[in-house]
Design a protein around this ligand. Sequence first.
Ligand code: HEC
Length: 133
Amino acid sequence: MKTLHTLMIVGALALSGTAHATPATDALLAKYKAEGVTKIDAAKGKADWTKSGKSEDGEAISCSSCHGTDFSKAGKHRKTHKVIEPMSPRANPERFTDEKKIEKWFKRNCNDAWGRECTAQEKADFLTFLLAQ
Ligand code: HEC
C-alpha cells in the first residue's frame, strides 16, 4: 500500500508539471489556455512582477510594491501597511488553493498596479512564475 501511495504521489506531481501546482492553479491554467494562451513564459511573469504602472493617486506601483520580491517573506500593503502573507507556496501552503480567490485578486491587483485588468497571458505567466517560488 505504501509503495502504491508513493507511486500515486509521484504520478500526480509528474502530471501537474509544476512542483507546487494545486487543483485550483491547474484549473486556472487550463482556463487561460482555453482563452487562447499557447505558450506560458515564467520569465515574463518575473519581469512583469516589478513593472510599474500608474496607480489612481499617480504613484508608480507594481506587484512588488505590496508583495515584495522575496517570496518567502511577508509583504506589506503600500497604503494600509497590513501584512500580506508570503506569496511562495512553499512558505505559505494556503497560497493559490482557491480559484475564485486567485481570480478576484488578479482582477483587483492588476487594476491597482497597472490601472487595467491583466490578460489571460499575463495571468498564466504570473501564476507559473509564482508557483515556482
Ligand atoms: C495595493 C497592494 C497590492 C498590489 C499592488 C498587488 N497585490 Fe496582490 N494581493 C494584495 C492583497 C491584500 C492580497 C490578499 C491577501 C492575501 O492573499 O494574502 C493579494 C493577493 C494576491 C493574489 C492571491 C493569491 C492567492 O493565494 O490566492 C494574487 C494571485 C496576487 N495578489 C497577485 C498580484 C499581482 C500579479 C500583482 C501585480 C499585478 C499584485 N498582486 C499586486 C495586495 C496587492
